[in-house]
Design a protein around this ligand. Structure first.
Ligand SMILES: *Cc1c(COP(=O)(O)O)cnc(C)c1O
Length: 360
């Protein structure tokens, strides 16, 4: 029985291991500062009168609401089951399995490589430089090579470094790959650095795609709702491979409320609160001589802890979860803490102090 299943499993799937999401790594804990979620749980209403019906593939009110928020045409917006599904759709629509490749720039978000692997698409790594900007020389070589990537994934503000890519560099890369490769700009954290968005450049670059999500600043990780912003032509290609009903009716209703004028006000207030908390948390870490790594463009702080395993274990034992990022290039001994509310942030600092006092 198991031999048979093993035999018929795709060769490349045999090699895969499930993604170690923050939630899979630690299911316990009481204080979650490990997945860049919002500490706020906002209220929504639900109309159940049409739950017996299939929803629209792309609910027009939802698409209209996001297009309004992003200042684009509805034809330039695709809604999906989180930004993660947007990553997957791009790979499925543009990469021939076993043949094409994508480029990623680590240290960065893990799902680009995971999605590439699960569709048997080669993942070519062009690491960020020591100041977490793009390695333009290597990207230039790739742009002039025979083996062009189909997709180049950039992330700004980057997870887990919180850094922003210099605009001149991104523009250079868009031009370098014009007519060749789609440049995917992951803006999952853009509400924490709103002036850095590339949304106004969609009209100038037909190889630019932007990924967005309601999981971070909008405090809706639980509903799984993300958006892909691109030319109408690209959106039409993605619609060929998307599931018939990717956005459930409750998700569409809640997302629309979050994107209403009231919802946007709440989001902006919560972002302002979290930005002030991020400042405080950074100062507390620095006052304790932790090295802050990267920048504060998102809703988390990356820092170096010499005894990172022991620190992590101490926090986990006390029920507070953060995320180990030390396996990524350039991030030796780095831990990432999501900015929570003051109570959570204070508890995190108190636990660090407790740990340090025990170990003097
Ligand atoms: C959290 C995150 C996502 C995933 O967003 P979902 O909409 O929850 O799938 C995408 N990109 C980056 C960089 C993220 O940190």
């Amino acid at each position: 029985m198991t031999d048979f299943i093993q035999d018929i499993t795709c060769d490349f799937v045999k090699e895969l291991t499930p993604y170690e999401s923050a939630r899979r790594l630690f299911s316990g804990g009481r204080y979650w500062l490990n997945a860049n979620e919002s500490p706020f749980a906002n209220d929504y209403s639900l109309d159940t009168s049409l739950l017996n019906r299939y929803p629209d593939c792309q609910p027009s009110e939802l698409i209209g609401a996001y297009a309004g928020y992003a200042n684009l045409e509805p034809s330039q917006v695709l809604a999906s089951r989180g930004a993660d599904e947007g990553i997957e759709l791009l790979i499925r629509a543009f990469c021939n399995p076993g043949q094409d490749n994508i480029v990623i720039c680590p240290p960065t978000y893990g799902m680009y490589a995971i999605s590439g692997n699960t569709f048997n698409v080669a993942v070519n790594k062009v690491p960020l430089t020591s100041d977490f900007t793009l390695d333009i020389d290597t990207l230039t070589e790739i742009a002039h090579s025979e083996d062009l990537p189909k997709l180049l994934f950039l992330c700004s503000p980057n997870n887990p470094t919180g850094t922003l890519l210099p605009k001149a560099q991104v523009k250079q890369v868009l031009e370098l790959f014009a007519g060749k490769t789609i440049v995917v700009m992951d803006e999952a954290y853009i509400e924490f650095s709103p002036r850095e968005s590339w949304q106004t450049e969609l009209q100038n670059f037909d190889n630019l795609v932007i990924l967005r999500t309601l999981s971070k600043a909008f405090a809706l990780a639980g509903i799984r709702c993300g958006f892909t912003l691109a030319s109408e032509q690209i959106i039409k290609v993605l619609l060929k491979v998307i599931a018939p009903y990717p956005v459930s009716a409750p998700v569409a209703q809640i997302a629309q409320q979050a994107l209403s004028p009231d919802g946007l006000n709440v989001m902006a207030e919560q972002v302002a609160y979290l930005s002030a908390e991020k400042q405080w948390l950074g100062e507390q870490l620095q006052a304790r001589n932790y090295e802050i790594v990267g920048a504060d463009g998102a809703n988390f702080i990356l820092f170096r802890a010499q005894q990172k395993d022991a620190v992590m274990q101490y926090l986990v034992d006390q029920g507070l979860l953060i995320r180990d990022q030390s396996k990524q290039v350039q991030l030796q001994n780095c831990l990432r803490v999501t900015v929570g509310d003051r109570e959570q942030n204070q508890l995190f600092i108190n636990l660090l102090d407790e740990y340090n006092n025990r170990n003097v």
